[in-house]
Write a protein that binds this ligand. Sequence first.
Ligand code: SF4
Length: 354
Amino acid sequence: MNDLLNLQEKLMNSKATWEDFSYILKMQKKDVIKLLPFAHKIKIKNFGTTLKIFMPGKKFPAISITGSECKLQCEHCNKKYLHGMKGVTNPEELGQYLFSLWKNGGIGALISGGCEEDGSVPLYDYLDTIKEIKEKTTLVINTHTGILNEPTAKKLAEAKIDIVSFDINTDESVIKDIYHLNKDVKDYEYAIKLLQKYNIFIVPHVCVGLYYGKLHEELGAIKFIKKHLGNPQLIVVIVLIPPKSSKIKFLTPNPIDVVKVLIILRFVFPSTEIALGCMRPKIKEKERLEKLSIRAGLNRIVLPSRKTISWIKNYYGDTHLKYFSACCALPQKHEYLIAEPLPENIKKILTTRS
Ligand code: SF4
């Protein structure tokens, strides 16, 4: 039996080891493509033919509580993402904004912001306001906390925050050289333990290509999730967008590298939903990445292109599409509350003859 057949058999019988997963990261494209049907089969077996489409938009805006300020100035971001968010920089204004959002049919919000030097998003002073909003409305609140401390974790729980989207990073060189953080993996472990202590719903995010656009320690992040979170309900994969402003040269991650990570996730977490999140490069390879990711057994996708939706109709005609105007980290328990009919533009793509 050759190596590839041997690997396929181990994957399908849940016998693959971390060494096997490490081997996948080094595989040639043609062999990676041969693993896609196996990953997809696992998804169908455990989740059926449903694919969930997420379009956060106006009903689920992203808010920065620090405006465009960030003390870390990470190489891969350099405040670029903060500029794309709605700046709301005091608790009172946040309360008014969220209440008006809810009155106008909003579903929820991502509350994020720039970091302090210690890698935390300064959420603490906003949590009493968010608690009040959670009591008065049905908004679903997703937060970026960064590396938080115990008082913040306790308050997040008291405020009944629905989701903490947490970037898992175990790559010491990324933590130091890209994030400019004087922290290590133990600090990430501590933050996760605090969130668990207060029973907060954690959605781990794995960013592919943070190490200058190349694969580096992504397997370490996957091992970290398995060790500390077991089999979470959901994992979000995002992809580095190469910064233009950094003095350091970043490559655009290769879609095949992203798919290697997705395939590994599919086999390590067969009953966990896997999402392709909103952060990914808008390159000509966008559709290729989307299609390969769906073939790798993806459950959720944010903002797929029209061409990808049309391709789904032809390639996986029995796919049951569900649609949500929300962040892709939405917990399953909220789905029935906010599921919407497919928008007309998607229906049109599905009914148009190709
Ligand atoms: S990746 Fe998903 S959960 Fe994270 S910000 Fe984007 S849409 Fe929201």
